[in-house]
Design a protein around this ligand. Structure first.
Ligand SMILES: Cc1cc2nc3c(=O)[nH]c(=O)nc-3n(C[C@H](O)[C@H](O)[C@H](O)COP(=O)(O)O)c2cc1C
Length: 230
C-alpha cells in the first residue's frame, strides 16, 4: 500500500560534489552540492541562485567538480552551512549559515592546480572534473513549492583526474573501490550506511518549505525572491 506524502524537499539520495569556482579576487570558493546528474561528458548542476557558486559560474564560466567519497565526510560537514557570500542571504541565515572566505582552510583541504581552468582542485577528493559552463537555465520558476530562486547550470567536462589506486584496465573506475558520499534526506551515507551526524540536518526540515505555512510562508517566500532580484 502506498500513501500520498508531502516531503519538504525531494532529497532522495544523490552523490555529493564539492564545486570549486573562481571568486572575483582570484581565490577559489568551495561548495558542497548534491543536485547533480550526468549524461555523456556533460552534467547539470542544481543551484540556489543566491549562492556564491552561482555568481562565480555566471561571471567566470569555469569550475572543478570534486567528487566526494565517504573519506570526505568531515570536510563536507565543515563546508555545510557556510557561504562564500559576505552578506548571508536571509533564507540561509534562518538555516544557520555563516559567511566563510577561505573554505579550504575551514575544511582542512589542499588546493591543487587544474589544467584548463582557474579554480583549484581539491587534493583530498579522489576524482576531479574540470568543466566549463555551457548554459544556465532558470529552474522551477512556476513551481510554487520552490522556496528560493534556483538555476540549472549545464557544464561540459573537459578533463577528468582520478586517483590511480581507484582504477583498473588503465582508466576505468573500479566500482568496488569507489564509495561515493550520498546525501540522503540531508543525512550523509556511503554505499554501506549512515556516516554519523550531518550538519546540514541541524535545523528543522520545514524551513525548506515555506509553501507549507500559509500566509506567513508566502510572505517569507516573497521576501526570499525579492532579496535575490534586488
Ligand atoms: C551535502 C550537501 C549537499 C548540498 N546540495 C546542494 C545542492 O544540490 N544545491 C545547492 O544549491 N546547495 C546545496 N547545498 C548547500 C550549499 O552548500 C549552500 O548553498 C552553500 O551556501 C553554497 O556555498 P556558496 O554560497 O559559497 O556557493 C548542499 C550542502 C550540503 C552539505
Amino acid at each position: 500500500m502506498h500513501r500520498l506524502i508531502e516531503p519538504s524537499i525531494l532529497y532522495f539520495g544523490t552523490p555529493t560534489v564539492i564545486v570549486s569556482t573562481l571568486n572575483d579576487d582570484g581565490s577559489t570558493n568551495l561548495a558542497p552540492i548534491s543536485a547533480v546528474w550526468w549524461l555523456g561528458w556533460s552534467c547539470m548542476l542544481g543551484l540556489d541562485a543566491s549562492s556564491q557558486t552561482t555568481l562565480n559560474l555566471i561571471n567566470r564560466g569555469e569550475c572543478v567538480l570534486n567528487l566526494a567519497s565517504v573519506h570526505n565526510v568531515e570536510a563536507v560537514n565543515k563546508l555545510a552551512l557556510t557561504t562564500g557570500k559576505s552578506d548571508v542571504p536571509m533564507h540561509k541565515k534562518m538555516l544557520g549559515y555563516r559567511s566563510v572566505e577561505d573554505k579550504f582552510t575551514l575544511a582542512e583541504l589542499t588546493p591543487l592546480d587544474a589544467i584548463a581552468v582557474e579554480p583549484k582542485r581539491v587534493k583530498e577528493c579522489d576524482i576531479h572534473l574540470e568543466g566549463r559552463v555551457a548554459k544556465i537555465h532558470d529552474f522551477a520558476i512556476s513551481d510554487a513549492r520552490m522556496g528560493v530562486p534556483a538555476v540549472a547550470v549545464e557544464v561540459t567536462v573537459e578533463h577528468i583526474h582520478a586517483l590511480s589506486s581507484l582504477l583498473y584496465s588503465g582508466s576505468k573506475v573500479d566500482p568496488n573501490k569507489w564509495n561515493p558520499l550520498i546525501m540522503n534526506f540531508r543525512e550523509l551515507y556511503g554505499l554501506s550506511g549512515r556516516l554519523g551526524d550531518s550538519n546540514l540536518a541541524a535545523r528543522p526540515e520545514f524551513l525548506y518549505a515555506p509553501w507549507k505555512f500559509g500566509f506567513l510562508g508566502r510572505l517569507l517566500r516573497r521576501m526570499f525572491f525579492r532579496q535575490y532580484k534586488s
